[in-house]
Unconditional design. Structure first.
Length: 214
């Protein structure tokens, strides 16, 4: 049914809770905001960072962009590697690749960081293209990232393209580009969020992709 599959990264391929929340806490500390329990920072996983600083801490856009710079101070050297793959991800990606599926990464994380994570887990070999945000935030919304990914990998039949993610932003971005979407429940969005966003499929585990892409 689908020959091109686009993937979110954080909360979909890898559990990045530790690295992202440590990086956010580092940024907030620069604004004299202490976080006692990093679980309250979970909503930062997935959406564009500068938006989350504005939504959850009331930052102006200028302060939010400065917070992103502070975030990257920690993330670039430490936070980026404070993560692990979800069960079945490597095996499923290998199977999809072997079956001839075109795999594309579409993440709101800057491309330079996304590429390093794929290399860390030896997953880069399965992807034909990595689409991410730009460091200057010119491209950061998930819909824009997906559009860039589709154009760059030469996808023409959008009915045969599927977006896989864990947050409403992934589903909305897919809809904005005319794609079907699958939401994974083990990430950070939850079933209610994904269903309300209009996900075409709900996956309890990553390996279920093998069934819906056959």
């Amino acid at each position: 049914m689908y020959d091109t599959v686009l993937f979110d990264l954080d909360g979909t391929l890898s559990d990045t809770f530790e690295g992202i929340t440590n990086s956010v806490a580092h940024a907030l500390k620069k604004f004299n905001i202490d976080v006692a329990d990093k679980r309250v920072l979970t909503p930062f996983i997935g959406p564009p960072l500068y938006e989350s600083f504005m939504v959850y801490y009331g930052f102006s856009k200028a302060d939010a962009l400065k917070a992103v710079e502070y975030y990257r101070e920690y993330y670039a050297d430490k936070g980026i590697f404070e993560c692990f793959l979800y069960d079945g991800v490597a095996e499923t990606l290998r199977t999809l690749y072997t079956c001839g599926k075109r795999l594309v990464l579409a993440t709101s994380k800057p491309e330079v960081f996304a590429e390093r994570i794929l290399q860390k887990f030896d997953l880069a070999q399965f992807f034909c293209f990595v689409a991410g945000a730009t460091l200057d935030s010119a491209r950061v919304a998930k819909g824009d990232v997906i559009k860039y990914a589709l154009e760059s990998c030469g996808a023409e039949n959008l009915k045969r393209c599927l977006m896989v993610g864990d947050r409403k932003h992934d589903i909305a971005g897919a809809k904005a580009n005319g794609l079907s979407s699958a939401g994974v429940l083990y990430g950070y969005g939850g079933e209610d969020e994904l269903r309300q966003a209009g996900a075409d499929y709900i996956l309890h585990n990553f390996s279920q992709l093998l069934e819906i892409t056959a």
